[in-house]
Ligand binder design. Sequence first.
Ligand code: AMP
Ligand code: GLY
Length: 422
Amino acid sequence: MRILVVGGGGREHAIIKKLKENPSVTEIFALPGNGGIAKDATCVDIGAKDIDKITEFAVANAVDYAVVAPDDPLVLGCVDALEAKGIPCFGPRANAAIIEGSKVFSKNLMKKYGIPTAAYEVFTDMDAALTYLETAPIPTVIKADGLALGKGVIIAMTRDEAKDAVRSMMADKVFGKSGDQIVIEEFLTGPEVSVLSFTDGKTVVPMISSMDHKRAGDNDTGLNTGGMGTVAPNPYYTDAIAAECMEKIFLPTIAAMNAEGRTFKGCLYFGLMLTPNGPKVIEYNCRFGDPETQVVLPLLESDLLTVMQATTNGTLAETEVKFANKNACCVIMASKGYPTAYEKGFEMTIPEAIWGNVYVAGASLKEGKLLTNGGRVLGATAIADSLEKAIEGAYDMVKTIHFDNAYYRNDIGAKALKAGRN
Ligand code: AMP
Ligand code: GLY
């Protein structure tokens, strides 16, 4: 089997490493991949949003199956384009990827089908939004409608902050057209849980739960990032909560998408908040999370390609999806300064013995040397029988990896460890 993976971050590296475990996989192309992924796949210099070139490449290279991992190509219709050429894909079509592509769509979907989420209002007019904010409960949450590189959500602690956020989105257009419409929603509190799921549009199979660490600094301080580390499972996500989420959120979402004529196939990511009034949806993503994937897939005991193909073929109900009864911790090493300004081009050394546990997010390969090439550089994942040991293992690995200006959080998993002990 010749497989094509669209994307080039740590998540894609984790997907590729898992796909390689299947002996029928003879070749994996990563478009564009990165310098680290190049050790495990054939990287091709085609951008993840260049749908025409991706499709052309897939046809010319007789690709048997394609995995479209990032949000942008999914929302832009990469799966539709590949399918039109007869190439089966893992991932939703554009009409279903809208569940992530438009916050207005997803909020209205949840309201229409009674799926628990924060109360909200939609605004297309800035003055109306500013007037609403005169009396809205504070803190409040302002969300740009469209994709915004994960930066389109602002938690405003004061009325002025909320108004500034609205002006920056709707007048200054900091997120371009993504800010033409905005959602202003109720501020919720409670532990956050990420639940990725496989679905073929009929059956939904949640993967092992996980916890992201979004802030740049220890103790959840500093700016929001793409994710500084993850643990799985998430100790807050008990069996009782999982059953409640299946009944009130997961199954109703799959049914709602079908009822709208937007059957979702692929990985549907539920970003949940366990509020005092029960679990609520904070966001849907139409894809694997990053860096959740780097702890979830290493715990998958079933063959990833087989499960992915079952989502495409509609045979998920008959397919085994099994996770190890273990814990995983992934610590992200970033470039100092991320998520704002940082330098790149520093040589990286990664001991060969831990390569299997390393997922490279931002690196280039020059004359055989791996150089840093992004804000988030890599993640190291350890698996163990306890969360404590997984955390220890991940940090032990991180300490053996070197590059100038390396930065990582020192407390990945600490909150989960505390919660697990209560
Ligand atoms: P998102 O980009 O949708 O993942 O949102 C980023 C982060 O903002 C989430 O992970 C939450 O921590 C936070 N957030 C989003 N919506 C709300 C809300 N309604 N109440 C409190 N926090 C929120
Ligand atoms: N880790 C959050 C995301 O992938 O959107």
